[in-house]
Design a protein around this ligand. Structure first.
Ligand SMILES: Nc1ncnc2c1ncn2[C@@H]1O[C@H](COP(=O)(O)OP(=O)(O)OP(=O)(O)O)[C@@H](O)[C@H]1O
Length: 645
């Protein structure tokens, strides 16, 4: 019987949660009491801020004192270097092709920016991580070639900006079947030293939106994500391969209740948006925490840009560290408890860590580079259009003189843009075809491997069942995302129709300024519509692959001679449910027409990785390549996992 290799390098990791308590500030020392007691390096107690309670109330357990345990607890005297010591090995994994995420979570003024960015005397986790990465690269005496690149973005009022661009336009998120969530058009700068990244980091920080609030003199109003990618090219006996590790370092904006700030207008709006993202993050943490215990929960990543960006760090391929920052002041009691409550839930979150290995496939890489370049080009054109539009608004008096120029310029630009988008669609299709061809190649390779390898039955079944659940999760997630895109397109189409009417009206009124304005808007919308169509096409392709893989998994389970009861028993030993909804053929053998009910929702879903799926090759090929054909003929033979590049 041909063998099946489960994803051997994948490991389940638990989110590591640390709590860091900052010292009282000068002002707090005058007005507040210190209510945090760090018992040891894992336990912390938050004292009841109300000193008026008598002995009876305390022994009747009416005290608001709370005790928590975490992976690490840092007292106010601890430095960022102390925190870093416990996460440095996670950071070092990035050089080996692993992903890592570190984020600071806490209320406003609790010390998030201090922890992530730090000061010259007490450099933060971002700085210390960069030093580790470059130190490791320097120390590597092998022949591997390293390439380090860095991007830095902020999410402000639910809009993404590039902090490495002087005047960044709005950036959009895309769901890429290979890389998960990506920010289209975000600059990624190749760097050769930690100093260079620090320069970029300082530059980016100077562009970050900060405000003075009641709780913090320089409160961050945006969520900032610094991403470092380390590409390591290796040569081994099988040829070349690339390890691609990614480190995301996240400094979240401060949250505060509107009632706690004396601010209105913009500040209030900022606060509401910050809270929206943080609330979405808290909801995701809640759902993921529950998922581990109950085996089912929908995780609402889509509810904010921040949670979409952090999706991999929260449940996908990443070793993740959460540093919950707290203030020791008694008037911050509720914020502190709230932070610790979420930190406590986050301890339950599981991620799945595996190396990002890609063979050096120049065609795929070339296509990807071209698509990346085109996306940058599209966003540059978008920016130019937006600037042009702004100029039109600012200088109405000059319009008469230049209206012909403006018109022809806009026409040329918009034609270029639509050609550009069209080209990108074609390239994306080409990429899919290419990748499918490569998948077939790998199946062939895999099935040769498997024909040689020995078989261990039960491990295969376990891998199949758990894999099936992951695929089901992906399908459900994708269906939901697909419905979201369809809705976006509908809104977009309606808006376009509206604009078309406006153009007609403007032309008949002969109002050139209005016409130009509307025309540019119309072009922009047409473009974003085309982009949405691409996203949908990509999504459909992924869904198709996953459905196919799911069907194949069922084929495999039944062809192993198991009936439904046996499969259910095996699954329950793993703590998993096998979803029903389909009728098994008599005796439990055969393949259900459409696989199991992929929309049913009784399984435990933990991992999301659109690019990982199983494929099975046909039996003829197995027999042809294997001199020792299986005793029980299989409908399908070898299985492989596609690997992210
Ligand atoms: N470990 C520490 N040692 C000394 N001072 C600290 C420490 N942590 C934080 N602080 C000080 O506390 C204040 C608030 O810290 P910081 O700006 O990092 O908070 P934040 O959580 O990022 O706030 P926001 O969410 O509003 O941006 C700053 O003055 C900072 O210097």
């Amino acid at each position: 019987m041909p063998g099946i290799r489960p994803p051997a390098t994948k490991q389940t990791a638990t989110l590591s949660v640390a709590v860091k308590c900052r010292p009282l500030t000068e002002a707090e020392r005058r007005r507040s009491r210190h209510i945090i007691q760090v018992i040891d390096n894992k336990n912390v107690v938050v004292l009841d801020p109300d000193l008026s309670k008598d002995y009876l109330e305390i022994i009747q357990n009416r005290t608001k004192e709370r005790r928590y345990s975490f992976d690490h607890v840092y007292a106010p005297g601890c430095s960022n270097a102390d925190v870093y010591r416990n996460i440095s090995s996670t950071i070092a994994g990035v050089i080996q092709g692993l992903n890592a995420t570190v984020f600071a979570y806490g209320s406003t003024g609790s010390g998030k920016t201090y922890t992530m960015v730090g000061t010259s005397k007490d450099p933060g986790l971002m700085v210390l991580s960069l030093n580790t990465i470059f130190d490791h690269i320097k120390k590597d005496k092998g022949s591997d070639a390293f390439e380090v690149s860095c991007s830095y973005l902020e999410v402000y009022n639910e809009v993404i900006y590039d902090l490495l661009e002087k005047s960044s336009g709005h950036l959009e998120l895309r769901e890429d079947p290979q890389h998960g969530i990506v920010v289209a058009g975000l600059r990624s700068i190749k760097v050769h030293s930690a100093d260079r990244i620090l320069e970029l980091l300082n530059l980016g920080n100077s562009r970050r939106k900060t405000e003075s609030t009641e709780a913090n003199a320089t409160s961050s109003r945006s969520h900032a994500v610094l991403e470092i990618t380390v590409k390591r090219k290796q040569k081994n006996q099988y040829g070349s391969q690339v390890l691609r590790g990614k480190l995301a370092l996240v400094d979240l904006a401060g949250s505060e209740r509107a009632s706690e700030t004396n601010s209105g207008g913009q500040k209030l709006r900022d606060g509401a948006n910050i809270n929206k993202s943080l609330l979405a993050l808290a909801n995701c943490i809640n759902a993921l925490g529950k998922q581990h215990k109950k085996g089912l929960a929908y995780v609402p990543y889509r509810n904010s840009k921040l949670t979409r960006i952090l999706k991999d760090g929260l449940s996908g391929n990443s070793q993740t560290v959460m540093v919950a920052t707290i203030s020791p002041a008694d008037d911050q009691y509720h914020h502190t408890i709230n932070t610790l409550k979420y930190a406590d839930r986050a301890k339950e979150i599981k991620t799945h860590v595996h190396k990002n290995i890609g063979t050096v496939d120049t065609h795929v890489d070339d296509y990807k580079t071209m698509i990346g370049d085109l996306q940058v080009e599209v966003s540059r054109l978008k920016k130019e259009l937006a600037e042009k539009e702004l100029q039109l608004r600012i200088k109405p008096s000059e319009i008469e003189k230049t209206e012909d120029d403006e018109l022809s310029w806009l026409n040329i630009l918009s034609r270029e843009t639509s050609e550009n988008v069209q080209e990108r669609i074609n390239l994306q299709k080409a990429l899919f075809e290419l990748e499918e061809t490569n998948i077939r190649n790998r199946i062939e390779l895999q099935h040769l491997d498997e024909a040689i390898a020995k078989q261990h039955g039960s491990a295969i079944i376990e891998a199949l069942i758990s894999r099936r659940q992951i695929i089901l999760d992906n399908i459900r997630d994708n269906d939901e995302a697909g419905a979201g895109y369809k809705k976006d397109i509908e809104i977009n189409e309606n808006r376009r129709a509206q604009l078309q009417d406006m153009i007609q009206e403007a032309i008949s009124n002969n109002g050139n300024k209005t016409y130009l304005h509307i025309l540019s808007q119309y072009r922009l919308l047409g473009m974003s519509n085309a982009e949405l169509q691409i996203e949908m096409a990509m999504r459909d392709q992924v869904i198709h692959n996953q459905r196919e893989a799911l069907r194949n998994l069922w084929n495999m389970l039944f062809s192993l001679g198991l009936n439904q009861k046996q499969i259910a028993e095996l699954a329950s030993k793993q703590g998993l449910n096998v979803e029903g909804g389909h009728k098994l053929p008599p005796g439990g053998h055969g393949v259900p027409e459409n696989g199991p009910n992929v929309h049913a929702s009784t399984a435990c879903f933990v991992e999301h990785h659109h690019s990982s799926y199983f494929m099975l090759s046909t039996p003829e090929k197995v027999v042809n390549n294997n001199q020792n054909p299986p005793k029980t003929p299989l409908r399908y033979g070898a299985m492989m996992m596609s690997r992210p590049f």
